[in-house]
Write a new protein. Structure first.
Length: 187
């Protein structure tokens, strides 16, 4: 366990929160490292992102009732994803040698939008869509599962997965536009 994590462990006021945090750390750390590495393509930066993510998780432990729940896993993965995207954004701003094409390959608009919205608001928006759309969306974007695997898990075709993802993104986009987080594209 890292020094930062050990210090955090000593600051908990309840055994429940400490046990929940310890569970999250032991159960999800490697998955979080993989997610951060996929975004950052640098193992040292990925470790920094995970450390920062654990600090953010610590600050939001009151939002986690059951650390083994799917909601908690999604919450943890969303935090590490947003943290890694923030680091990537800072890194790309500092490095003026990047070509525009390189930036397009490593940074996309969806990730940018989601990194600007609080995790709590993202959950509220995602929870606002129908369950069959929400489950496909979370499997794809929170767990990075391929369409084929999602289809197998839900017993639907890959084409149906694609359709549901499209519908989920459309619903989420509508909510983002309605709530002022995005502007509708003009034809």
């Amino acid at each position: 366990m890292g020094c930062c994590i050990l210090l955090i462990m000593f600051t908990f006021t309840s055994a429940h929160e400490m046990n929940a945090f310890e569970y999250i750390y032991s159960k999800y750390k490697s998955m979080m490292l993989q997610k951060a590495y996929l975004i950052l393509q640098d193992s040292m930066l990925a470790e920094d992102a995970v450390s920062e993510a654990f600090i953010r998780i610590y600050k939001n432990m009151y939002k986690i009732d059951d650390p083994a729940s799917k909601r908690s896993i999604a919450f943890v993965m969303m935090i590490v994803k947003n943290t890694a995207l923030t680091i990537l954004s800072q890194r790309t701003r500092q490095n003026t040698n990047f070509e525009d094409e390189d930036l397009r390959d490593s940074f996309d608009l969806e990730q940018c939008v989601f990194s600007e919205i609080s995790t709590e608001k993202i959950y509220e928006i995602i929870n606002g869509i129908h369950e069959e759309l929400r489950s496909v969306f979370l499997m794809k974007y929170a767990y990075d599962l391929p369409h084929k695997k999602i289809g197998q898990m839900l017993h639907i075709s890959e084409n149906n997965v694609t359709v549901r993802l499209h519908r989920a993104k459309k619903k989420i986009a509508d909510i983002l536009i309605k709530e002022g987080y995005a502007v509708e594209k003009q034809p």
